[in-house]
Design a protein around this ligand. Structure first.
Ligand SMILES: *Cc1c(COP(=O)(O)O)cnc(C)c1O
Length: 683
């Protein structure tokens, strides 16, 4: 947004502890606290005068104002103070600087004076500590909802402080709240900030005395919501009991929003009880919950998915009933990545090679890279392109030697899968492939395969047992393969500790092959896929998320697409998928699974029972076995192509220069024009 010259603020929480540091001990993930502020942070600009109160608990009182109107007031709250810390976000060489504003939690008064006067000094100071816990630590979960009160406090803390900041800025230059949607756009990143809907209503109705309908019109027009997943276990559903205690007035407002919504919906869809209950914001039953995605659709003017396939899917499945009611609210904004970090900074030699040929406009207009295509038959240019990739691979090889003490051949194919560890992302499928290749090479060490270095990395959510077991398995498989002289000139298998942006910047420029192998329908977009292609890796992937659009851009002859499509997956499930059939009919696959089960990779043969069990006895929900055959066949094509280096690098170049669409500049310009009503001049 800074680079496009859009005045904007990014709001978040200034956690003491961000995402944990992942260390690998005896092959297992061990989470370590990462105290990133230990030595201070030179970019921090503390704004001690920018502070807001954030109320919690208390109760909602009803009263009559002077005109006799029924009004509500949230009273007897326990207040926490939010203090602003800014980080400047400069645009690229355009003299624009936006800010990231992060809130730190502290006590409203440094000690609770009442308790202090009673001599309860320790109690008073302990309470200030409790308040500060709100910004203590980031919940490390990925695509899983954990309904803890502290997390709900964090979400309201973010929303309440950010909205006060936005609204106080607006009212300095304006007098009519009805102008708010013309001056302000608020984009909610997932449902986590969706309490902004009842909070803005509470502010306008309770504090500013606006009529409900006027306030509602302002709220809906100001806010928009981006959906990031359709995984049911990831969708936020807050227990009504938690909300009633922590945010009693917001719960009332949510009930009123829902009452009016269901009333207007039944006017359109009639008395269909099943449908009405499906779309309700508040779930029924013994332990009712507030469905934050439903709130996000009802309370905002635009809802978007993050790739074309995903945006289409939410209209047809997850939010179909809502799409029928509000078709004009649903839109797509395909994700993008910034060319400054993901090419110019992380791969400076390639960036400079491109600039030397076409000038530097591509840095802010990534589609310009297509002008590079005409150099594809220029031998000295291609030689340089190949040399840069090799040099990036040598640097990564040095890193691997230093950190994993394994020698890898920079001339081998660097086959990389880096992303959070999740069953739907199917790191297990790549692991199975490596095992079958290992077995083949073990049987026939002279097998004519392109030497491959398979490299994985990624953090598992601390409570996700299966994902953590995958990490142990990957480390055990690597141990076996890398120490076997029969195969280890042709195959290596590595798991790199503590995958992070810093590590991604080293790995992605060194990749030949990008693994994007999620079960079709489960990866909303992916952005790793874009970073790899931009740096000249070929993709092996399913027709999922943004892979679909990457194929459209690079051409189907320049990408390795395999496996069941979204439609196939639906059909397969409908007809009754049986993983045992695939197990029995593929002897190489069977052998690999048997080896994992029987202790070939670990003396404790029961260690991997949960993995085998989920695949064979619990229905293999993510269809690893159903896609495995197609995956191995596609990998054989990859192997063949890599033996022909000229052909490989032609395709690698075409990937790099044809993915201009996936610039975050294009993404942000689309949000600006189609959701925020902001004009962007694009060249
Ligand atoms: C880009 C990126 C991701 C997202 O990767 P996907 O493959 O799209 O899941 C995750 N973590 C880091 C550190 C990244 O840089």
């Amino acid at each position: 947004m800074a680079t496009l010259g859009i005045p904007a603020i990014g709001y978040g929480i200034r956690y003491d502890y961000g995402i944990f540091y992942q260390s690998i001990e005896n092959g297992f993930q061990v989470e370590k606290p990462d105290l990133w502020l230990r030595y201070g942070n030179p970019w921090d600009i503390v704004r001690p005068k920018i502070q807001y109160n954030v109320p919690f608990y208390g109760h909602s009182d009803v009263y009559h104002d002077e005109s006799g109107k029924v009004r509500f007031k949230w009273k007897d709250t326990h207040d926490v103070r939010a203090v602003a810390y800014d980080t400047p976000i400069p645009g690229y060489k355009n003299d624009v600087v936006n800010h990231l504003r992060l809130w730190r939690a502290t006590s409203a008064s440094s000690i609770d004076l009442k308790s202090f006067n009673q001599g309860q000094y320790i109690d008073a100071v302990r309470d200030t500590q409790l308040n500060e816990n709100i910004s203590r630590v980031l919940y490390p979960n990925d695509k899983i909802f954990v309904g803890q009160e502290l997390r709900l406090k964090q979400e309201y803390f973010l929303v309440a402080s950010s909205l006060q900041d936005i609204l106080s800025r607006f009212i300095k230059g304006n007098s009519d709240w009805r102008k708010l949607p013309e001056k302000v756009a608020i984009q909610c990143n997932d449902t986590h900030p969706n309490l902004a809907i009842p909070e803005l209503m509470r502010f306008l109705v309770d504090e500013q005395g606006l009529e409900w309908d006027t306030a509602w019109d302002i709220t809906v027009k100001t806010l928009a919501y981006t959906n990031h997943t359709i995984l049911p276990e990831a969708l936020e559903k807050w227990p009504v009991s938690l909300l009633r205690n922590l945010l009693p007035r917001h719960l009332q407002i949510i009930y009123e929003i829902n009452r009016r919504f269901l009333q207007s919906a039944s006017a359109k869809i009639g008395d269909d009880k099943g449908k009405i209950s499906r779309i309700s914001i508040v779930g029924e039953g013994e332990n009712p919950v507030v469905h934050m995605a439903h709130l996000g659709i009802v309370g905002t003017h635009k809802i978007n998915g993050v790739a074309a396939l995903h945006s289409d899917l939410i209209k047809k499945t997850l939010f179909k009933d809502f799409y029928d009611l509000y078709p004009e609210r649903f839109t797509n904004k395909t994700n993008g990545v910034t060319p400054r970090r993901w090419l110019r900074q992380c791969n400076r030699q390639l960036a400079d090679l491109y600039t030397e040929k076409i000038g530097e406009d591509w840095i802010t207009n990534l589609s310009d890279l297509k002008k590079i295509e005409k150099f594809i038959d220029d031998k000295s240019f291609m030689k340089e392109f190949v040399r840069i990739k090799l040099e990036n691979k040598k640097k990564l090889a040095e890193y691997i030697k230093a950190h994993n003490d394994v020698d890898v051949d920079p001339e081998s194919m660097f086959d990389i899968q880096i992303k959070r560890i999740h069953e739907y992302k199917r790191q297990f499928m790549l692991t199975l492939y490596a095992i079958t290749q290992y077995n083949k090479l073990k049987k026939n060490p002279d097998l004519d395969v392109a030497p491959r270095t398979i490299i994985l990395g990624g953090k598992a959510a601390p409570g996700y047992t299966m994902a953590k077991l995958f990490i142990k398995l990957m480390n055990d498989v690597g141990e076996k393969i890398n120490n076997d002289p029969d195969v280890n000139t042709k195959l290596k298998f590595l798991f790199l500790e503590n995958y992070s942006v810093t590590l991604a910047e080293k790995m992605i420029p060194a990749a030949d092959l990008s693994e994007q192998i999620s079960t079709a329908g489960f990866e909303a977009s992916g952005t790793g896929n874009m970073k790899f292609a931009l740096n000249g890796a070929l993709t092996i992937g399913t027709l999922d998320g943004a892979n679909v659009e990457i194929q459209e851009e690079v051409g189907e002859e320049n990408i390795f697409i395999f496996g069941n499509t979204v439609e196939d997956v639906e059909l397969l499930r409908h007809e009754g998928y049986n993983p045992w059939e695939f197990y029995s009919n593929d002897s190489e696959l069977k052998k690999a699974l048997d080896q994992i089960r029987d202790g070939y990779f670990n003396d404790d043969s029961s260690l991997y029972t949960p993995i085998i069990d989920s695949i064979l006895n619990r229905g293999d929900y993510f269809l690893v076995l159903a896609d495995f055959g197609a995956y191995v066949k596609e990998q054989a094509k990859v192997d063949e192509l890599f033996k022909n280096k000229d052909e490989w690098f032609r395709k690698a170049l075409l990937n790099s220069v044809r993915v201009g669409k996936f610039s975050s500049d294009r993404t942000i310009a689309d949000y600006a024009e189609e959701i925020w009503g902001v004009d962007v001049k694009q060249d």
